[in-house]
Write a protein that binds this ligand. Structure first.
Ligand code: SF4
Ligand code: ZN
Ligand code: ZN
Length: 305
């Protein structure tokens, strides 16, 4: 099959909109789509200091690469979770990826910071639950303490669709009230944005291959049997029968999100007694899980505004 624009040999067949594209025209298409997402949802403002959360996987590597290509000045943050070989490898990939795009990489190692890795802490919470709390907290506090204006994550359309799907299946209205390509900052919460919001996982993989990004394929050992994977499979089957299903589902959700917002009462946040970050209780869940007596130090000394 031939590229719709130049007649060269096709690199990919897109299903929605249906067309064949060569490698160059696919890259152009992908980058334009990300640029349009940034403009449409006003994700990144002029002069904002941007921190990209990187894991070593394809999504965060691709979002950093495209932002650089679109002319944004970015810095990256990787959290080494202290999960044996898996974390060591992830860190190596983030180093290679940052070198490739010549961006500054910060690394926070959980074991060095908190004395134990994910999976080693004695707590009644499931591993993924306190891992999620830890990652969210560190990304936010690092961004806040080092004067970043925005945190970029690599979530793609498939991630979003499956997240919304699973939260509808469980009627988690709290979560459904605050999803989307942009979560505005508030107080000590730094703004979070998802420039890959409208590109599919398949497109992200194809783009990574097209530009030669080497990324981590191994899954975290704790992710086995994650239910989001089965939601992704169901959505993929539906997408195959009716291309555009995921996009319509996510766009429909954005139109109806206000219904969930109405449902959720706004809770007043206090300041955590240990670290001073926003918290619904006396002590925030991060300081509680890690039984901290003083705040973690995340300020990078040489970073100045
Ligand atoms: Fe953390 Fe691994 Fe669970 Fe993901 S799968 S939340 S990285 S422990
Ligand atoms: Zn072409
Ligand atoms: Zn705290």
């Amino acid at each position: 099959m031939k590229c719709r624009f130049c007649g060269k040999k096709a690199y990919i067949k897109l299903h929605h909109p249906k067309m064949y594209l060569c490698r160059e025209h696919f890259m152009e298409y992908f980058e334009r789509k990300v640029k349009r997402t940034i403009e449409k949802y006003r994700l990144l403002g002029k002069g904002e200091r941007i921190l990209v959360a990187v894991s070593g996987g394809k999504d965060s590597a691709v979002v950093s690469y495209v932002l650089k290509k679109l002319g944004y000045d970015i810095e990256c943050l990787h959290i080494n979770l202290g999960i044996g070989e898996y974390s060591a490898k992830s860190e190596e990939y983030t180093k290679k990826q940052s070198e490739m795009i010549n961006s500054k990489l910060h690394i926070v190692r959980i074991k060095e910071l908190l004395g134990a890795g994910i999976g080693e802490l004695k707590t009644s919470r499931p591993t993924c639950s306190y891992c999620g709390i830890t990652k969210r907290y560190i990304f936010n506090k690092f961004a806040h303490d080092n004067s970043f204006d925005v945190i970029v994550t690599g979530h793609n359309l498939d991630d979003e669709a499956s997240f919304i799907f699973s939260n509808i299946m469980n009627w988690n209205t709290q979560y459904l009230a605050k999803q989307g390509p942009l979560l505005p900052g508030e107080g000590k919460f730094v703004k979070k944005v998802k420039p890959l919001y409208e590109v599919t996982e398949r497109e992200v993989v194809a783009y990574a291959l097209a530009v030669g990004i080497d990324y981590m394929l191994e899954e975290c050992p704790y992710s086995r049997g994650a239910t989001t994977l089965s939601y992704k499979e169901i959505l993929n089957q539906m997408e195959e029968k009716r291309p555009g299903t995921k996009m319509n589902f996510v766009k429909g959700y954005l139109r109806k999100r206000y219904l969930f917002e109405q449902e959720v009462e706004k809770r007043e946040l206090k300041e955590c007694e240990v670290c001073g970050m926003p918290s619904s209780g006396e002590i925030c869940s991060f300081c509680r899980v890690w039984r901290l007596k003083k705040p973690v130090e995340l300020e990078v000394k040489e970073v100045k505004r």
